[in-house]
Unconditional design. Sequence first.
Length: 335
Amino acid sequence: MVLMLGLLASAAPAHQRCKEENMMVRKEWSSLSPHERVAYSDAVTCLQNLPSQLNNTQYPGAKNRYADFVATHINYTFIIHLDAIFLPWHRDYVWLYESALRDECGYQGAQPYWDWPAYVEGGLEKSQLFDGSAYSMGSNGKGNNSCVYKGPFSNYTAPFPYFPNSIIMDNIENNGTGAIPSWSFDYEPNCFQRYLNDEALRLNNNYSCIETLLSQPTIGEFQNYLSTPEGDAHYGPHGGGHVAMGGDGADLFTSPTDPVFFLHHAQVDRMWTIWQSYDIKTRRYALNGTQTLENVPPSPELTLDDHITWGPLGVNRTTRELMDVQAGPFCYRYE
Ligand SMILES: *[C@@H]1O[C@H](CO)[C@@H](O)[C@H](O)[C@H]1NC(C)=O
Ligand SMILES: *[C@@H]1O[C@H](CO)[C@@H](O)[C@H](O)[C@H]1NC(C)=O
Ligand SMILES: *[C@@H]1O[C@H](CO)[C@@H](O)[C@H](O)[C@H]1NC(C)=O
Ligand SMILES: *[C@@H]1O[C@H](CO)[C@@H](O)[C@H](O)[C@H]1NC(C)=O
Ligand SMILES: *[C@@H]1O[C@H](CO)[C@@H](O)[C@H](O)[C@H]1NC(C)=O
Ligand SMILES: *[C@@H]1O[C@H](CO)[C@@H](O)[C@H](O)[C@H]1NC(C)=O
Ligand SMILES: *[C@@H]1O[C@H](CO)[C@@H](O)[C@H](O)[C@H]1NC(C)=O
Ligand SMILES: *[C@@H]1O[C@H](CO)[C@@H](O)[C@H](O)[C@H]1NC(C)=O
Ligand SMILES: [Cu+2]
């Protein structure tokens, strides 16, 4: 009987497989109990202590399983940002990471998110996310190198090189090929860095910014408001969160080096999910844009039938499979 039910379950279409009983519920960091917060950061530390699954000759910097996720993000930087692939790619990326925490490190909870506007007042350094206590995600950085010095991850060695912003600008300005530098996966150990920036969060991620984001009428405008710089200190809520972390979290290539990246991108995903929910009929499958960063080099518009890849982290998906958080590979909601 058990076997038969198992067969039925695996044959059922996705929308029937994802039910209230097996749905993951993603919560805001500060609303987790202290015990739940430690369980989460412990699972991340566990991933940082598991062996890499990548070829060490090709990826010398991928020193552990956590770094495999960073390597993959570096690998695809030029196709997963400032284009139509951005939202669906990062949705599955966070899901693959959450699944690794659960499957490889015994984590029982769901991926938490970072509700930015709730952190605008009071200072990041004093917040439950960054206060450096055992119940936080580690402290701010300090010293000349701005190394995270207290709480979880303070002894983590960031393995990959630093990528200057000029790499992105050169590619855009010179109609580049979007090839990553040859040294991208080198092992260049450094301390894990943060440089918390309250002002960036206040200007890009306050309640009125979120209201503006969620009131964008089309997916094209939603994406533009989310990520496109509008000059001085304006980066959009996605960029603002990265700049607010500073250090490793603000490097477009290696930003997942900061474990808060995954809380930040869960929040980006939550914004998209909420925006979609306002008008499921027209918004769930809405796409706008091509498949390369700022469309350099030029690429076709992304369609629902195109394949998206995460390299060795997971199987290819069509864009269509990634549009609904309770179908395809996913089964979660935000609380
Ligand atoms: C790892 O990559 C190197 C260089 O590409 C290759 O020669 C070697 O066979 C690979 N090792 C494995 C186990 O695949
Ligand atoms: C990098 O991208 C190439 C091309 O898609 C792929 O073959 C390789 O497995 C990727 N490696 C990682 C770590 O993502
Ligand atoms: C930080 O930099 C200052 C000025 O360059 C130098 O005097 C100081 O020794 C450095 N401190 C550390 C801990 O490296
Ligand atoms: C970091 O390493 C030092 C020295 O090995 C150790 O005393 C400290 O407890 C470690 N901190 C954390 C948060 O693991
Ligand atoms: C940019 O380069 C691509 C080839 O990579 C070429 O097809 C395209 O015409 C170029 N665009 C411009 C504006 O020069
Ligand atoms: C919220 O952000 C907007 C846009 O940057 C800014 O004009 C406004 O002053 C900010 N509000 C507060 C309360 O800081
Ligand atoms: C994509 O969005 C931009 C910005 O809103 C808009 O100008 C453009 O017409 C849209 N493209 C398509 C194909 O809908
Ligand atoms: C996965 O998709 C990428 C392009 O997004 C493609 O290059 C690759 O061949 C696909 N791999 C498989 C196994 O289908
Ligand atoms: Cu990214």
